[in-house]
Ligand binder design. Structure first.
Ligand SMILES: [Zn+2]
Length: 211
């Protein structure tokens, strides 16, 4: 979806499935004078139009969570049933890159065709048209809002200049800064209306953020 023909209009849901404690100093390349807790959330994203359902990223499973000491709150694929989606019927999955937290659970999607653009270098962001305009899912192109807002990249980076250019491109593809959604920020669930039926946390990104 590179041009400005909106085509179909999608609902976009960020489904939280895991989290982990982290410190601020772990989330930025440059030193932070104000160290403190800065936890990380893990999401998959579901895009739904009247005609199509597309899953963006697939999360990890219980064995991976145990090995990597992450807190798995639920299987991200099973969680899609809350949104009325049968995982067995999903036909299109975009993998933004192949890190463990974005590309596991493949066997749980038997009908899916996987769209892969690259890995850490060559990571895919996703631009999707919604009722409030063009939304951009940054995935790991920006883990947190602060990485983008302060031009201070997350420490896992292949090329810093390219990363900063990536922030610019994310914003150029979106209708405003409020349309760019970072990949791992717990603030996403605070800023957007949440699905009332999900106690763990699903943010509705096709609706305007409340802050
Ligand atoms: Zn990630």
């Amino acid at each position: 979806m590179r041009d400005d023909d909106p085509g179909e209009c999608y609902e976009v849901h960020a489904v939280k499935y895991a989290n982990m404690p982290r410190r601020r100093r772990d989330n930025f390349m440059s030193a932070d004078d104000h160290d403190g807790p800065m936890p990380m959330d893990f999401f998959v994203w579901l895009l739904k139009s009247p005609k199509r359902t597309i899953l963006v990223d697939t999360g990890f499973n219980a064995q991976t969570a145990e090995r990597r000491q992450r807190q798995l709150l639920r299987c991200p694929i099973d969680a899609l049933r809350l949104l009325g989606v049968d995982p067995d019927a999903i036909q299109d999955v975009v993998l933004t890159h192949l890190h463990y937290d974005h590309a596991g659970n493949i066997a749980k999607l038997p009908q899916a065709r996987f769209h892969v653009g690259g890995h850490t270098r060559g990571l895919q962001a996703v631009r999707v048209f919604t009722q409030r305009g063009w939304v951009v899912l940054a995935s790991d192109a920006s883990h947190y809002y602060e990485n983008m807002a302060e031009a201070r990249p997350f420490p896992i980076v292949f090329n810093v200049a390219d990363m900063l250019e990536g922030y610019r491109r994310l914003h150029a593809a979106a209708d405003s800064a409020q349309h760019v959604v970072p990949g791992h920020d717990p603030d996403v669930l605070r800023r957007y209306p949440r699905l009332a039926s999900d106690p763990i946390g699903t943010a509705m990104l096709h609706l305007a953020p409340t802050e």
